[in-house]
Design a protein around this ligand. Structure first.
Ligand SMILES: [Zn+2]
Length: 116
């Protein structure tokens, strides 16, 4: 019986732990009125990208926008991964107001920073 326990535990755990899915990248020219919390929006026209928008991953429902324009300050670098269509933002996104979320977006996955 004792040897069985880890296997049962793993089986139970698999019911509660959801696999983490990367945010879906959506290219748009205009930001929609309602954002999908499972998506990240890349705004631009053709090769000219203006900014990236997403709902704050902490759940506070604020729309976060980071600028990709070369002369904006601060500005972020967008890396698009051709393999799965996910994106990476550099540097991290840090809200200085409200929920003060601080995270990295890497390959469509949120990686929280501890210093918030
Ligand atoms: Zn938030």
């Amino acid at each position: 019986m004792r040897r069985m326990l880890p296997a049962i535990w793993e089986w139970l755990r698999s019911w509660f732990v959801q696999p983490v899915r990367p945010l879906q990248t959506i290219h748009v020219e205009e930001l929609p009125d309602k954002l999908d919390p499972k998506a990240v929006y890349v705004l631009g026209e053709g090769k000219h990208l203006w900014f990236v928008a997403m709902l704050c991953p902490c759940g506070c429902n604020q729309v976060l926008q980071v600028s990709l324009l070369p002369d904006a300050k601060p500005r972020w670098k967008l890396i698009e991964h051709a393999t799965d269509g996910s994106i990476t933002l550099q540097p991290s996104v840090w809200r200085k107001i409200g929920c003060r979320s601080h995270f990295f977006l890497r390959r469509g996955l949120i990686q929280w920073c501890r210093d918030r």
